[in-house]
Ligand binder design. Structure first.
Ligand code: HEM
Length: 507
């Protein structure tokens, strides 16, 4: 709080203290022997200040380190399209038209570090924490609707190939395509990524997608498969490589700035939240597996049906406390939702909370940004930086940190509806799924792009592949030709004209 003094300067009514609460009387000079030093060790204020500063950073996210976030809300339509949503899911946040659930959203790039340029070609993360009346629900998605791989065991490989070279510390197309040329499942994602969709103009003008199939479960315990989509009201706008380079020459924070400034001036970003629904099952009539995260569900067969809208209307007050320490995970679902059998999804569900226990600490869920907005009563106690004991605060018996107990202690809840109990049987094995169809949707995507998007895609691929050796180029041309003849032909022609050009300039 400030008051104005007679000379017009501001006088604060707040006193600077140490973290022990001691008033600080001198924040300019260390305690020294004479005014020229040396400095003595009994300088509590200095030691506290500098040693806290020495620990100001936590490990940045192993992927998606560069991000921006904002608070807002999800508003339910109470329906899925024109049907009552209760038919499909009993999740309470969706049921009543007009009900609002607070959210925190973090957008990100994937590969480079915490202050890397936001103009880079990279998938964009789109992670949402819904603070629902039944506890938190996290949806951790991206803007491209699909992914490079379909088995979680390949995730460290795909990330290492895209991350900087362990020797030169530079991202290197020769390493990326060394891996991608041997990974046909990536062709669909690569087709999106090297098109202008690989550089969205801003986070406000970007689509979000949950990518995986999840399940919705109704009161009877019956489930359907569901995919989530967030369609921006400001439209979807993407950049050419040249446009991105021009922006980067002026600012490497343009997406963070755009989001923050738009919210600050009241131009609130908004998305229509839609779902695609499919009956649970293998669907042999489709030429892809519905659980394969390298595929979209064609919208003409599985229409996008609105269930609500999401609005971001409040900037974070502290970047570190909120955006850096927020922790999303694919395992964080509420009643009325369930996991599908997608193998990639199950691997992710282990990885997120695991990394957060390391990155933030075992009590990361006690931080305000991660705390559910409902009463939390667990018997998980202690550990580094334990901030409180949940159930004791509610008046429960502080001697009880186990369950069951005869005393006034947390009891298990009654199920909200019939459990969903899918039957599973099969041989335990290491096998790729049967319907890989790695090229079909990549080719459809190539043909669906507008001509300028196709031109950009070919140009960007030729640029990257021209740095690779012939074996990799040929293998990639082989893959792209299987996606679409014209796609492969144009990249091959682009590469040979590059070779002719360099022969001419070096001759
Ligand atoms: C097996 C596959 C995957 C694994 C093991 C994995 C693992 C991780 C890890 C360890 C983080 C860092 C989290 C943190 O430090 O808080 C992360 C962040 C993230 N991942 Fe994944 N990931 C996988 C696939 C995907 C896919 C398919 C998507 C998109 C649908 C995705 C979207 C994200 C997003 C958006 C973030 C950033 C979350 C934030 O803003 O804090 N990941 N991932």
């Amino acid at each position: 709080m400030f008051t104005k003094s007679k000379d017009g300067s501001h006088e604060s009514t707040h006193t600077l203290t140490t973290r022990q609460g001691h008033p600080v009387t001198d924040n300019e000079n260390n305690r020294t022997v004479g005014d020229r030093g040396p400095t003595v060790l009994e300088n509590y204020h200095f030691l506290e200040k500098i040693s806290h500063f020495d620990r100001e950073r936590i490990p940045e996210r192993v992927v998606h380190a560069r991000g921006a976030g904002a608070h807002g809300y999800f508003e339910a339509y109470g329906a899925v399209g024109d049907e009552p949503i209760v038919r499909y899911t009993r999740a309470r946040l969706f049921q009543k038209k007009g009900d609002r659930t607070p959210v925190f959203v973090r957008f990100s790039t994937v590969i480079h570090g915490g202050h890397s340029p936001e103009t880079l070609r990279d998938p964009r993360g789109f992670a949402i924490k819904f603070y629902t009346e039944d506890g938190n629900w996290d949806l951790v998605g991206n803007n491209l609707q699909v992914f490079f791989i379909r088995d979680a065991i390949k995730f460290p490989d795909v990330v290492h190939a895209f991350k900087p070279d362990p020797v030169t510390n530079r991202q290197d197309p020769r390493r990326i395509f060394d891996f991608i040329a041997l990974t046909p499942s990536a062709m669909h994602m690569i087709t999106w990524l090297f098109s202008p969709w690989g550089i969205p103009a801003s986070y406000r003008q970007m689509r979000g997608s949950g990518v995986h199939a999840y399940k919705w479960v109704n009161q009877e315990g019956e489930a359907v498969l569901v995919k989530y989509h967030f369609l921006p009201r400001h439209g979807e706008v993407n950049l050419t490589g040249d446009q991105a380079a021009a922006i980067q020459a002026r600012s490497f924070n343009h997406a963070t700035q755009d989001l923050f400034d738009a919210i600050a001036r009241g131009d609130t970003p908004e998305w229509e939240v839609c779902v695609q629904i499919m009956e649970d099952g293998e669907h042999p009539e489709l030429d892809f597996d519905p659980l394969d995260a390298t595929k979209i569900w064609p919208p003409e067969k599985f229409p996008l049906r609105p269930i609500g809208r999401m609005v971001l209307d409040r900037n974070p007050t502290n970047y570190f406390a909120e955006v850096e320490q927020v922790a999303f995970g694919t395992g964080v679902l509420v009643d009325g939702m369930d996991f599908s059998d997608d193998k990639l999804l199950q691997g992710r569900t282990f990885s997120y909370s695991d990394t957060q226990r390391y990155r933030i600490g075992p009590n990361y869920l006690q931080l305000p940004i991660n705390q559910p907005r409902v009463k939390v009563s667990t018997n998980q106690r202690d550990g580094q930086m334990a901030y409180r004991v949940d159930s004791v605060e509610d008046g429960a018996d502080p001697h009880v940190n186990y369950e069951p107990s005869h005393r006034n202690a947390p009891r298990v809840a009654k199920p909200a509806g019939r459990p969903h109990e899918p039957a599973v049987s099969g041989r335990v094995q290491r096998r790729t799924i049967a319907r890989t169809n790695d090229y079909g949707q990549a080719g459809e995507r190539y043909r669906a792009f507008e001509p300028w998007e196709r031109d950009e895609l070919v140009k960007n691929l030729v640029e990257a592949l021209s740095q690779c050796d012939r074996t990799i180029q040929e293998r990639m041309i082989g893959h792209l030709t299987q996606c679409d003849q014209d796609y492969g032909r144009r990249v091959a022609e682009g590469l040979s004209s590059r070779i002719d050009e360099s022969a001419r300039t070096s001759g």
